[in-house]
Every structure is written in structure tokens, then in C-alpha cells.
Design a protein around this ligand. Structure first.
Ligand code: SF4
Length: 488
């Protein structure tokens, strides 16, 4: 039996925007792996960075846990982890160095590690597990358990799918990712998480408590900017009964008010959702939940099935109001799908959020105006706005690689820096984002404000829009795109 410490490096405190937002979730993938290792007979502890003070707190846990092996296993379901943020990369390197300095063997897995294993290996990791890395992890843990003083070259010998100076071949991430491993099934190690700490923070900030779970891993679609370094285009869905039973268990044990389904695409089929709803009914296990789903999957039948299952909020990757930009992204949806999804979900009482992306390659002022129009006309309940972010391994990254400067990753999720030559600079997109948010806030508050105050607020907002758009036209003129500027 080995003493194994599971950890991850997403410190909410290192991400100012998310700290202020105050909606943290436990590291689901990390505790799924913890449960699997425990089923293999090992003694497992967890360092949960999410609510920790910093890396010094991690060093303290090493002294108490004295692990034989540290597995820094990032939460693949946390979209912020998928962004490979600079501050978290630095924290991961420091944690690896602390763990290695304590005498433990160290393995690392996650999106960032799969994309750039070099600095983690230099910091002292024995190996980086590429992709989900479960097969390699099980083999390495088994070998170490049988021979605890095995030297590293023999430990790594013949193992596929790892990056290590000691491996026979240095693995790199396959362009199409790896299928989700079947070993990661069953209940996650929820007992290792300080759930009450999460509950306190949620209740203090929002007056309710939300937990997370997943019904699937991966996504079969191919939007060409989307980072899917772990599973590529593979998709594995759990049975509807299994997911319903987990939700019922979470409801009995932790009494959450809400659940965030962290799937890239939740539900997928109406018959799956109906079976899910039926089993939840039998178990009295229903908890209101939020999902992410594609606009072109929201048929009338799907919207009704989501409502029956207890879905209260759906986030859609609307991205842009310009069909030209959606096509350039290989999004494989039409702007019309976004409108119809919004109205069908709304008719079933489901709140709708749009993810919006600004600054995609080739986007011009007319495309931005189409996005403004989409938000104004479809009137989502909420929006999340980002600028296009070229992540290694994506087709989009290859398209803009030659334009990238020294900065290749955002420091934190509020960074919003343009890292390639878009039509405008970061400041313009930040202002555009702020005005889009203001527009949605204003539409949401229309009834409370009354017609006169609402009308005045709309006029002030329109003046701010016009000032920003004028600055955008000036910017295009400076670049010599006079015709484009005048067309808009
Ligand atoms: S549908 Fe969503 S998760 Fe799937 S490739 Fe497109 S953006 Fe990525």
C-alpha cells in the first residue's frame, strides 16, 4: 500500500476575477482519481488548492501527509484549468518542486501539463501523464507499490503516454486526444473535500449552495479554437440511471440547492434525459441544475425534456452574431439556432446564458455589430464574454502562431489580452465587453426601472456605444482600412 497525496494547482485566490465572482467548485476530476486509487487499496489524502491560501499551505500538508507519491492531477472539468493560466502554471511548478524536495515521487496530469511538460519536469516531476493518463498512472502506481525503491528509469521503462526524461520515448499529446478511460467510474472521493467550507463561501456570497457533477467526458464537435487537450473529439456518456443516482446521493448527503453539470455538452439525447428524469423522480433526487449545450441541439422536444429533468439554466456557446465568424470558427451552428434555442428554453422556464467571443481571426466592426445585435434581440438572461484565446493544439492556434509574441497564456481569467493581431487592441475589446454586459443588465432591469428611467439609461448606453464605435472607426482609419470604416 502506498501513501498517495492527490493535489491540483487551481488556487481561486490567484485569479482575482474568479475570487470576486466567488463560485468555486471542488476539483471533480482530482477526487475521481483519488477514489480510483483508494479502490486499488492505497491510502489517499487530498490537497485542495481551490480555497487554500497559497503554495506555502501546500508545503505544510506535505509534512503531515508524508506521501510516497504525489499526483498533481488537475481538474479537467474546470474550464479555467483548461485555459492553462500563467499563475496556476507557476503554482504547479512550485508545488512540484516542494513535493519532489520532500522525497516523494511526483506525477503530473492536466491540460497545461500535456501541452507544456518541460517546466514541470525541470521543477522535479518524475513524469507528466499525457492526456487523461489513467492507464499510465495505474501502471506506475502498481510498479511503485511492488517495489518502493525502484529507480526512476526502471519505473518508467516501457510505459506509454508519459513525458519524462527517463521514459523510453517522450510522449506528446496526440492531435485527436485520447478516449476517456473506463476506470474512472463510480463515486468520487467526496469525503476528502471540506464541503462545509465551500458551502459557507457560497452562502455568504450568494445565499445558496451549489455543487458540481458530470454526466459525460469529452465532446464530439470540432470548433477550431476549442481546447480539448484531454479527450480530443471523443465522448463518453454515463448511463442516465447512474447520473440520477449520484444526484440523489449528493442531495441526501450534502443538501445542495443547485448543481452545476460540468459537461461540455449535457444530455445529448431526449430519451437519455427522460430516463434521467424518471429515475430522479423514483429516488426523490431532483436538484435544480445548470448545463452547457449547443444551440443547434435545442429542439422543442429537447427543451421540454430539460425542463422535466430539472434544468433551470442553460449556457450556450453563441460566440458571435455574425454567421461569417461562426463559419470561420467551424462552429457548425447558425445564428438562427441561437435565437430559436433562446426562445425555446425561455418558453420552458429555463434561464439562458450566452458565451460570447470577441476578436476572432478576421472579425471586423460589422461582425462585432452583429454580435451586439444578437445580444440586444435575443436578450439572454446572462452573458460571459471573452476574447479569442489561441490555445496550443487547436487549429486556431496554428492559424495565428506566427503572430504570437512572448505572451502565450493569460495570467488569470480576467487578463483578456489579445495575443495575436486582431482588428482592435485589448482595450477596445474590454470596453466592448463592458458595454455588452451593461446592455444585458439594463434589459434585465427594464421592468423595475419604469419607462422613463429605463429610456434615459438606454440613451446613455447608446451614447457610450457610439463613442466606442467612433474610436473603432478611427482605429481602422489609422490602419488604412478607410473603406471598411466607412461601410460600418
Ligand atoms: S461544442 Fe463546445 S466543447 Fe465542443 S468543440 Fe465546440 S466549443 Fe468545444
Amino acid at each position: 500500500m502506498l501513501r498517495i497525496q492527490l493535489a491540483h494547482s487551481y488556487f481561486l485566490r490567484f485569479d482575482q476575477k474568479q475570487w470576486e465572482r466567488g463560485k468555486p467548485y471542488p476539483p471533480l476530476a482530482t477526487i475521481q482519481v483519488a477514489a480510483m486509487l483508494r479502490r486499488m487499496g492505497h491510502e489517499v489524502t487530498l490537497f485542495d488548492a481551490m480555497l487554500a491560501e497559497g503554495v506555502d499551505a501546500y508545503a505544510d500538508t506535505l509534512r503531515d501527509a508524508r506521501p510516497d507519491l504525489v499526483v498533481l492531477y488537475e481538474d479537467n472539468f474546470n474550464f479555467l484549468t483548461k485555459m492553462c493560466l500563467g499563475r496556476m502554471h507557476e503554482a504547479a511548478c512550485r508545488m512540484v518542486s516542494e513535493a519532489s524536495g520532500s522525497g516523494a515521487r511526483v506525477l503530473v496530469a492536466g491540460s497545461d501539463a500535456s501541452d507544456r511538460p518541460g517546466l514541470l519536469l525541470e521543477a522535479g516531476a518524475d513524469a507528466v501523464l499525457i492526456g487523461e493518463g489513467i492507464a499510465a498512472l495505474c501502471e506506475l502506481v502498481g510498479r511503485l507499490d511492488r517495489e518502493q525503491d525502484i529507480d526512476v528509469p526502471r519505473w518508467m521503462s516501457g510505459i506509454g503516454g508519459v513525458a519524462s526524461p527517463h521514459a523510453d520515448t517522450v510522449a506528446t499529446r496526440p492531435p485527436n486526444g485520447m478516449p476517456p478511460a473506463p476506470q474512472l467510474s463510480g463515486e468520487a472521493a467526496w469525503d476528502l473535500v471540506d464541503i462545509e467550507r465551500y458551502r459557507r463561501l457560497w452562502e455568504e456570497r450568494h445565499g445558496y449552495f451549489s455543487m458540481n457533477m458530470v454526466a459525460s467526458r469529452g465532446c464530439p464537435f470540432r470548433c477550431n479554437w476549442c481546447a480539448k487537450p484531454i479527450w480530443g473529439n471523443h465522448y463518453r456518456q454515463r448511463s442516465a440511471r447512474d447520473v440520477a443516482e449520484e444526484m440523489a446521493m449528493l442531495k441526501r448527503r450534502f443538501r445542495p440547492d443547485h448543481i452545476w453539470m460540468a459537461d461540455d455538452i449535457f444530455g445529448f439525447r431526449v430519451d437519455w434525459l427522460d430516463e434521467f428524469a424518471e429515475r430522479l423522480g423514483e429516488l426523490d433526487g431532483m436538484v435544480p441544475f445548470s448545463i452547457q449545450i449547443r444551440a443547434n441541439m435545442i429542439s422543442e422536444a429537447m427543451a421540454a425534456a430539460l425542463e422535466r429533468a430539472g434544468c433551470v439554466e442553460a449556457w450556450i456557446g453563441a460566440e458571435s452574431g455574425s454567421q461569417r465568424i461562426l463559419d470561420a470558427m467551424a462552429k457548425d451552428t447558425d445564428v438562427e439556432h441561437v435565437y430559436s434555442a433562446r426562445s425555446r428554453l425561455g418558453a420552458h422556464g429555463i434561464r439562458v446564458g450566452f458565451f460570447i467571443q470577441l476578436g476572432y481571426l478576421g472579425e471586423q466592426l460589422e461582425d462585432l455589430l452583429a454580435t451586439r445585435e444578437l445580444v440586444a434581440n435575443a436578450a439572454p438572461d446572462e452573458i460571459g464574454v471573452s476574447v479569442s484565446y489561441p490555445l496550443p493544439g487547436t487549429r486556431f492556434y496554428e492559424q495565428v502562431k506566427a503572430q504570437l509574441g512572448a505572451k502565450t497564456h493569460w495570467d488569470d481569467s480576467g487578463d483578456l489580452a489579445m495575443m495575436f493581431r486582431g482588428a482592435y487592441d485589448s482595450g477596445f475589446y474590454r470596453s466592448f465587453r463592458d458595454l455588452l454586459h451593461r446592455q444585458v443588465e439594463l434589459m434585465q432591469s427594464e421592468q423595475g426601472l419604469g419607462p422613463r428611467v429605463y429610456g434615459e439609461a438606454c440613451a446613455r448606453l447608446e451614447a457610450r456605444w457610439q463613442a466606442l464605435l467612433a474610436s473603432g472607426r478611427d482605429h481602422l482609419r489609422e490602419l488604412g482600412h478607410v473603406a471598411a470604416a466607412e461601410d460600418c
